[in-house]
Design a protein around this ligand. Structure first.
Ligand SMILES: [Mg+2]
Ligand SMILES: [Zn+2]
Length: 470
């Protein structure tokens, strides 16, 4: 591995620290093996890149998702945190980068379903989880004639790895039952069916009707070894049989429930059973307080910076990621999906600071997994988003329906706009960045589709070492 790092201080940010913002965020100048730096490349990278191409099947697979994290959002966050010439120490340092299409399908009679050029987080997560396209709102099930008509259940990467004897983890900063973590280990026709009291759109999924139950129930029935996120309110709902999902998870599956970062710090192994961390009633709190764009001339200005939010006893994503890896690491290997979920949710609210903070939090989680990979080079790391979103970097405060201006690490003003709606913002349909490091990581280069990640994570053939069963 070639990750010799030179941490460079970002002098401009010292001023922001004094102003009470979160403060300087460390950038990394990368060696020739990586993506580059503000100074550009000093040598030809061909040999260094060639040495990182490995065709073996990975022992461990770590998939890090930024919900709604597209190139525009990455650039806006980088400009703010590190300046236009900065590079994120994790996110921007992976050796292999490609572009990924994220389209989905629309309901219909099939087998040729109409294309959905803009997707939500359910079919996109189902795409990499199952290797197949599906329709909006659907969780690891195939397309069908209508939203309330279940499709065929598709086995997920997480389920395949578990069946192959690996430990598995699924963590997020949204509700644990939200679409992205749901698609890793549950199957249901509508993403809204998160708890046993939320099944109006999924009546055949009721356990009392012979179904697999809500997303909350399925995640614990799948005995995912590490589950962490928000969403306590879903697990507090009563099941058809009477007790809450939380009681059911503890009694039937031996889950140990973690409430806060103190609980999280106290758990050191999975020997006493799987863990279910539920750190917020709903979604977890983003790193930064909101700065919501408004109609021109908009909010913020040339000296506006983002302010840290009070997250109380909630752990952050990199702490959850480090703990998940420590719990899951074992001789046979593991699969971990870790999601920075609130990038998307804050973008929906046209909240530039909230989205920037959670993208930075994703970068910190990537740094954690890269440090693990250094000692465990048979680990595949993939970092990507699930769909594009609405944040645009624009030239001035009249260039969008809703705008906000921030002072970046360069000391200069950056204006962002949201133009999909007059209030709030929506997904868009552009291809997004995918990056990887480790065995099979070169398979993300060029232009790929989201569903291609499924085979890459399982380990494409030919390969020199045994992997999980397909
Ligand atoms: Mg999500
Ligand atoms: Zn969204």
């Amino acid at each position: 591995m070639r990750h010799s790092k030179t941490v460079v201080a970002v002098a401009v940010l010292a001023g922001l620290m004094a102003a009470g913002s979160v403060g300087a965020y460390a950038a990394t100048q990368n060696t020739a093996s990586n993506q580059g730096s503000a100074e550009g490349f000093t040598a030809d990278r061909s040999t260094a890149l060639a040495q990182q191409i490995k065709s073996s099947k990975p022992r461990n697979v770590i998939l890090i998702i930024g919900d709604g994290m597209d190139d525009s959002m990455i650039t806006a966050a980088r400009n703010y945190e590190l300046g236009a010439g900065g590079r994120f120490a994790g996110l921007d340092s992976l050796p292999f980068t490609g572009s990924m299409t994220t389209y989905g399908l629309k309901v219909g009679t099939g087998p040729d379903y109409p294309i959905a050029y803009v997707s939500d987080s359910a079919p996109t997560a189902s795409g990499w989880s199952t290797g197949k396209k599906t329709v909006d709102g659907r969780i690891s099930q195939g397309p069908s004639t209508a939203a309330d008509v279940p499709g065929e259940d598709y086995e997920t990467v997480l389920e395949k790895f578990k069946a192959g004897g690996k430990l598995v983890g699924n963590i997020t900063t949204s509700e644990l039952t939200d679409a992205t973590p749901a698609a890793a280990a549950s199957h249901i026709n509508a993403r809204a069916c998160q708890g046993p009291q939320d099944l109006a759109a999924c009546t055949s999924a009721r356990k009392s009707a012979g179904g697999k139950g809500s997303i909350a129930e399925q995640l614990v029935d799948n005995e995912v070894d590490v589950l962490m996120g928000g969403g306590l309110n879903r697990y507090s709902q009563a099941t058809d049989a009477g007790p809450t999902v939380l009681d059911y998870a503890q009694r039937e599956h031996g889950y140990r429930v973690l409430d806060d970062k103190t609980d999280l710090a106290g758990v050191t192994s999975l020997k006493k059973g799987p863990v279910l961390g539920l750190f917020a009633p709903g979604n977890m709190t983003p790193m930064y307080q909101p700065l919501v764009a408004t109609a021109p001339p908009g909010t913020g200005g040339a000296t506006t910076t983002c302010q840290e939010a009070d997250r109380g006893s909630q752990p952050d994503l990199s702490t959850m990621t480090a703990k998940a890896i420590a719990l899951l690491d074992n001789r046979k290997g593991f699969f971990l999906q870790a999601e920075s979920a609130m990038i998307d949710k804050q973008e929906h609210g046209s909240d530039i600071c909230g989205a920037i903070g959670d993208l930075r939090e994703l970068d910190e989680a990537v740094q954690v997994v890269l440090a693990f990979q250094k000692k465990n080079p048979d680990t595949l790391i993939i970092v990507t988003g699930d769909h594009a979103h609405s944040t645009q970097i624009v030239g001035g405060v009249t260039d969008g329906k809703q705008v906000a201006t921030l002072q970046t690490a360069d000391g200069d003003p950056m204006t962002v706009a949201y133009s999909t709606s007059d209030v709030g913002s929506d997904h868009t349909g552009a291809q997004i960045r995918v990056a990887a490091s480790g065995p099979q990581g070169a398979n993300v280069t060029g232009v790929i589709d989201q569903t291609d990640l499924f085979r890459t994570m399982l380990g494409r053939s030919p390969s020199g070492t045994p992997g999980p069963r397909d």
